[in-house]
Design a binder for this molecule. Sequence first.
Ligand code: 13P
Length: 240
Amino acid sequence: MRRRIIAGNWKMNMTKAEAKQFMADFLPLCKDAKCDTVLCVPFTDIHRVYKLAIGSNVKVGAQNVAWADKGAFTGEISAEMLKEVGAEYVIIGHSERRAYFGETDETVNMRTKQALKNGLKPIVCVGETLDQREGGKTEEVLANQVKKGLEGITEEVIIAYEPVWAIGTGKTATPEMANETIGFIRSVAQPLVGDVSILYGGSMNAANAQSLLNMEHIDGGLIGGASLKPNDFSVIVNCD
Ligand code: 13P
């Protein structure tokens, strides 16, 4: 089912004290938000943010999940562990994990299945690089990421389209370009997983969020930098 979902991705930011301050500032600003508001925070912040969010409309997510139940997987965190500390969502296959930590469509697929098996809501990330876009490969790359990442999956997932060239660069895709590309992703994903929510991510901020969210195919946002600022993030969650 398509829903407006606004998810912050804190990436590797926010100490204990900073997370506490963020929640104190942000919660009063988002109490009337009508979207599903999610904060995907570092593992070490999950339980704290979860506890601070009790009684609010804010849900908590992680930024990765192991594909196995338990065992010899040094450095990984299991779905059961994430649920135990309050996570409800999990980002899978972010381009930074693909670029720096060897994430592939196959591992994305395994992690997504594991999240679903354990009742976590996966936010599966796809996106093309600048070279791929300029080389006319955008649709081929995205179709591959979607088909391989979701192979064998029929349950509801959330997809985030994050063009790599727009992440942290201040270069946002135009609403029209993002809409067209997400429309294409929808045409590939729909036969597999049905009518899912597809988010846009990449330099989305308080100034450009409404124009992106107005577009037909853009159901919500996955926000990095602007999700670290309570005022900016609250503008986005309160968009019409
Ligand atoms: P920015 O909003 O900082 O460009 O990051 C986007 C992103 O990667 C969210 O997952």
